[in-house]
Design a protein. Structure first.
Length: 257
Protein backbone atom coordinates (compact mmCIF):
# COMPACT_ATOMS: atom_id res chain seq x y z
CA UNK A 1 0.00 0.00 0.00
CA UNK A 2 1.12 3.56 -0.69
CA UNK A 3 1.14 5.49 2.56
CA UNK A 4 0.36 9.22 2.59
CA UNK A 5 -0.30 9.88 6.28
CA UNK A 6 2.23 7.40 7.67
CA UNK A 7 5.86 6.67 6.93
CA UNK A 8 7.24 3.21 7.71
CA UNK A 9 10.85 2.10 7.83
CA UNK A 10 11.79 -1.53 8.41
CA UNK A 11 15.39 -1.94 9.58
CA UNK A 12 17.40 -4.07 12.03
CA UNK A 13 14.29 -5.94 13.28
CA UNK A 14 12.53 -2.62 14.05
CA UNK A 15 9.50 -1.07 12.36
CA UNK A 16 9.67 2.71 12.75
CA UNK A 17 6.28 4.30 12.01
CA UNK A 18 5.93 8.07 11.74
CA UNK A 19 2.67 10.03 11.61
CA UNK A 20 3.44 12.58 8.91
CA UNK A 21 0.87 15.38 8.72
CA UNK A 22 2.91 18.14 10.38
CA UNK A 23 0.86 20.87 8.72
CA UNK A 24 -2.15 19.57 10.72
CA UNK A 25 -0.10 18.65 13.82
CA UNK A 26 -0.54 15.02 12.70
CA UNK A 27 -4.29 15.10 13.42
CA UNK A 28 -5.98 11.73 12.99
CA UNK A 29 -8.41 11.29 10.11
CA UNK A 30 -10.07 8.36 8.37
CA UNK A 31 -7.04 7.90 6.12
CA UNK A 32 -4.81 7.52 9.18
CA UNK A 33 -6.90 4.64 10.54
CA UNK A 34 -6.93 2.90 7.15
CA UNK A 35 -3.16 3.20 6.88
CA UNK A 36 -2.48 2.19 10.50
CA UNK A 37 -4.61 -0.93 10.04
CA UNK A 38 -2.46 -1.80 7.01
CA UNK A 39 0.78 -1.08 8.88
CA UNK A 40 -0.29 -3.35 11.74
CA UNK A 41 -1.11 -6.13 9.26
CA UNK A 42 2.15 -5.63 7.32
CA UNK A 43 4.35 -5.63 10.43
CA UNK A 44 2.49 -8.53 12.05
CA UNK A 45 3.07 -10.64 8.92
CA UNK A 46 6.83 -9.94 8.94
CA UNK A 47 8.63 -12.38 11.28
CA UNK A 48 11.84 -10.34 11.00
CA UNK A 49 10.31 -7.43 12.94
CA UNK A 50 10.64 -7.73 16.73
CA UNK A 51 9.66 -4.22 17.93
CA UNK A 52 7.52 -1.41 16.52
CA UNK A 53 8.04 2.28 17.35
CA UNK A 54 5.46 5.01 16.70
CA UNK A 55 6.35 8.71 16.66
CA UNK A 56 5.31 11.95 14.98
CA UNK A 57 6.90 14.29 12.46
CA UNK A 58 7.36 17.92 13.53
CA UNK A 59 6.43 19.41 16.88
CA UNK A 60 3.53 17.04 17.60
CA UNK A 61 3.23 13.34 18.24
CA UNK A 62 -0.46 13.64 17.38
CA UNK A 63 -2.40 16.71 18.51
CA UNK A 64 -5.85 15.13 18.33
CA UNK A 65 -8.43 13.93 15.85
CA UNK A 66 -9.24 15.94 12.74
CA UNK A 67 -12.05 18.22 13.96
CA UNK A 68 -12.71 19.47 10.44
CA UNK A 69 -13.67 15.94 9.45
CA UNK A 70 -15.88 15.43 12.52
CA UNK A 71 -17.70 18.74 12.95
CA UNK A 72 -20.80 17.93 10.88
CA UNK A 73 -21.09 14.21 11.68
CA UNK A 74 -24.41 12.81 12.82
CA UNK A 75 -24.54 10.91 16.14
CA UNK A 76 -24.52 7.65 14.17
CA UNK A 77 -21.50 8.74 12.14
CA UNK A 78 -19.76 9.88 15.32
CA UNK A 79 -20.27 6.49 16.97
CA UNK A 80 -18.95 4.74 13.87
CA UNK A 81 -15.87 7.02 13.84
CA UNK A 82 -15.32 6.22 17.52
CA UNK A 83 -15.51 2.48 16.88
CA UNK A 84 -13.13 2.85 13.93
CA UNK A 85 -10.47 4.34 16.20
CA UNK A 86 -11.16 1.94 19.05
CA UNK A 87 -10.75 -1.05 16.74
CA UNK A 88 -7.48 0.24 15.28
CA UNK A 89 -5.93 0.95 18.67
CA UNK A 90 -7.12 -2.40 20.02
CA UNK A 91 -5.44 -4.09 17.06
CA UNK A 92 -2.29 -2.14 17.92
CA UNK A 93 -2.48 -3.30 21.54
CA UNK A 94 -2.99 -6.93 20.46
CA UNK A 95 0.13 -7.07 18.30
CA UNK A 96 2.42 -9.90 19.41
CA UNK A 97 5.51 -7.72 19.47
CA UNK A 98 6.11 -4.77 21.83
CA UNK A 99 5.03 -1.36 20.55
CA UNK A 100 6.84 1.69 21.93
CA UNK A 101 5.42 5.21 21.74
CA UNK A 102 8.18 7.79 21.17
CA UNK A 103 6.32 10.90 22.28
CA UNK A 104 8.14 13.80 20.63
CA UNK A 105 5.62 16.60 21.25
CA UNK A 106 1.90 17.19 21.75
CA UNK A 107 -0.05 14.00 22.49
CA UNK A 108 -3.58 15.31 22.85
CA UNK A 109 -7.01 13.76 22.47
CA UNK A 110 -6.76 11.01 19.88
CA UNK A 111 -2.99 11.41 20.03
CA UNK A 112 -2.89 10.45 23.70
CA UNK A 113 -5.26 7.59 22.91
CA UNK A 114 -2.83 6.41 20.21
CA UNK A 115 0.04 6.69 22.70
CA UNK A 116 -1.92 4.67 25.26
CA UNK A 117 -2.49 1.95 22.66
CA UNK A 118 1.29 1.41 22.71
CA UNK A 119 2.74 -0.94 25.32
CA UNK A 120 4.78 1.82 26.95
CA UNK A 121 5.88 5.38 26.24
CA UNK A 122 9.20 7.26 26.24
CA UNK A 123 8.77 11.04 26.15
CA UNK A 124 10.71 14.10 25.13
CA UNK A 125 10.95 16.64 27.93
CA UNK A 126 8.97 18.95 25.62
CA UNK A 127 6.06 16.52 25.25
CA UNK A 128 2.62 17.58 26.45
CA UNK A 129 -0.29 15.27 27.24
CA UNK A 130 -4.02 15.81 27.55
CA UNK A 131 -7.58 14.74 26.84
CA UNK A 132 -9.14 18.14 26.06
CA UNK A 133 -12.38 16.83 24.54
CA UNK A 134 -14.63 18.35 27.25
CA UNK A 135 -13.45 21.80 26.11
CA UNK A 136 -15.28 21.07 22.84
CA UNK A 137 -18.33 19.64 24.57
CA UNK A 138 -17.17 16.14 23.63
CA UNK A 139 -15.70 13.10 25.36
CA UNK A 140 -12.80 10.89 24.21
CA UNK A 141 -13.85 8.40 21.56
CA UNK A 142 -10.89 6.08 21.03
CA UNK A 143 -10.94 4.34 24.45
CA UNK A 144 -9.41 7.26 26.35
CA UNK A 145 -11.99 6.95 29.14
CA UNK A 146 -11.05 3.29 29.49
CA UNK A 147 -7.27 3.17 29.08
CA UNK A 148 -6.36 6.30 31.04
CA UNK A 149 -7.82 5.12 34.40
CA UNK A 150 -6.19 1.74 33.90
CA UNK A 151 -2.80 3.35 33.32
CA UNK A 152 -2.72 6.15 35.90
CA UNK A 153 -5.54 5.41 38.34
CA UNK A 154 -9.03 6.84 38.48
CA UNK A 155 -8.32 10.11 40.28
CA UNK A 156 -5.52 11.31 37.99
CA UNK A 157 -7.49 10.11 34.97
CA UNK A 158 -10.64 11.96 35.97
CA UNK A 159 -8.62 15.09 36.70
CA UNK A 160 -7.27 15.05 33.14
CA UNK A 161 -10.59 14.01 31.59
CA UNK A 162 -12.78 16.57 33.37
CA UNK A 163 -10.46 19.59 33.30
CA UNK A 164 -9.08 19.00 29.82
CA UNK A 165 -5.78 20.42 31.09
CA UNK A 166 -2.47 19.53 29.52
CA UNK A 167 0.29 18.08 31.67
CA UNK A 168 4.01 18.11 31.00
CA UNK A 169 6.37 15.20 30.61
CA UNK A 170 7.52 15.24 34.25
CA UNK A 171 3.93 15.01 35.54
CA UNK A 172 3.22 12.28 32.99
CA UNK A 173 6.20 10.37 34.40
CA UNK A 174 5.02 10.96 37.97
CA UNK A 175 1.59 9.44 37.36
CA UNK A 176 2.92 6.55 35.27
CA UNK A 177 1.64 7.70 31.90
CA UNK A 178 5.18 7.53 30.50
CA UNK A 179 8.09 5.38 31.65
CA UNK A 180 11.01 7.69 30.90
CA UNK A 181 11.68 11.33 29.97
CA UNK A 182 14.73 12.38 27.95
CA UNK A 183 15.90 15.52 26.19
CA UNK A 184 14.36 16.02 22.72
CA UNK A 185 17.59 15.37 20.84
CA UNK A 186 18.06 12.09 22.72
CA UNK A 187 14.55 10.68 22.23
CA UNK A 188 14.99 8.45 19.19
CA UNK A 189 18.42 7.21 20.25
CA UNK A 190 16.98 6.21 23.63
CA UNK A 191 13.96 4.47 22.11
CA UNK A 192 16.13 2.58 19.62
CA UNK A 193 18.41 1.53 22.49
CA UNK A 194 15.43 0.17 24.42
CA UNK A 195 14.17 -1.61 21.30
CA UNK A 196 17.56 -3.28 20.83
CA UNK A 197 17.54 -4.45 24.44
CA UNK A 198 14.17 -6.11 23.82
CA UNK A 199 15.42 -7.63 20.55
CA UNK A 200 18.34 -9.23 22.41
CA UNK A 201 15.94 -11.25 24.60
CA UNK A 202 14.17 -14.50 23.78
CA UNK A 203 11.74 -13.54 21.00
CA UNK A 204 9.05 -16.05 21.97
CA UNK A 205 9.43 -15.14 25.64
CA UNK A 206 8.91 -11.45 24.81
CA UNK A 207 5.73 -12.22 22.85
CA UNK A 208 4.40 -14.54 25.53
CA UNK A 209 5.12 -12.22 28.44
CA UNK A 210 3.23 -9.43 26.68
CA UNK A 211 0.29 -11.72 25.97
CA UNK A 212 0.13 -13.19 29.48
CA UNK A 213 0.47 -9.79 31.17
CA UNK A 214 -2.25 -8.16 29.06
CA UNK A 215 -4.59 -11.17 29.17
CA UNK A 216 -4.10 -11.64 32.90
CA UNK A 217 -4.69 -7.95 33.61
CA UNK A 218 -8.24 -8.31 32.33
CA UNK A 219 -8.81 -11.64 34.13
CA UNK A 220 -8.96 -12.68 37.75
CA UNK A 221 -5.69 -13.16 39.64
CA UNK A 222 -6.27 -16.91 39.70
CA UNK A 223 -6.94 -17.05 35.95
CA UNK A 224 -3.84 -14.97 35.30
CA UNK A 225 -1.71 -17.28 37.43
CA UNK A 226 -3.02 -20.34 35.58
CA UNK A 227 -2.20 -18.72 32.24
CA UNK A 228 1.28 -17.81 33.48
CA UNK A 229 1.99 -21.37 34.61
CA UNK A 230 0.87 -22.73 31.23
CA UNK A 231 3.05 -20.34 29.22
CA UNK A 232 5.97 -20.68 31.64
CA UNK A 233 5.92 -24.41 31.05
CA UNK A 234 5.70 -23.97 27.29
CA UNK A 235 9.16 -22.37 27.23
CA UNK A 236 10.90 -25.51 28.53
CA UNK A 237 12.50 -27.66 25.82
CA UNK A 238 12.23 -24.57 23.66
CA UNK A 239 13.78 -21.14 23.90
CA UNK A 240 14.05 -21.39 27.68
CA UNK A 241 16.37 -24.39 27.56
CA UNK A 242 18.79 -22.52 25.30
CA UNK A 243 18.60 -19.40 27.47
CA UNK A 244 19.27 -21.28 30.70
CA UNK A 245 22.09 -23.34 29.19
CA UNK A 246 23.68 -20.16 27.85
CA UNK A 247 23.49 -18.61 31.32
CA UNK A 248 25.16 -21.63 32.93
CA UNK A 249 27.83 -21.71 30.21
CA UNK A 250 28.41 -17.94 30.48
CA UNK A 251 27.71 -17.28 26.81
CA UNK A 252 25.15 -15.37 24.80
CA UNK A 253 22.07 -17.40 23.85
CA UNK A 254 21.51 -18.35 20.24
CA UNK A 255 17.83 -17.68 19.60
CA UNK A 256 16.12 -19.50 16.76
CA UNK A 257 14.20 -16.53 15.34
Amino acid sequence: MNYSVLEIELKDHIALVKVNRPEALNALNSRFFEEMDNVIAEVSANPDIKVMIITGVGKAFVAGADIAEMVHMTPEQGSAFSKLGQNTFYSLEKMEIPVIGAINGFALGGGLELAMGCDFRIASSKARFGQPEVSLGMIPGYAGTQRLPRLVGMADALYMLTTGEMIGADDALRIGLVQKVVEPEELMDEVIKIARIIISKGPEAVKKVKYVARKGYNSTFEEGNALEAEYFGSQFKDEGEEGMEAFLQKRKPKWQN
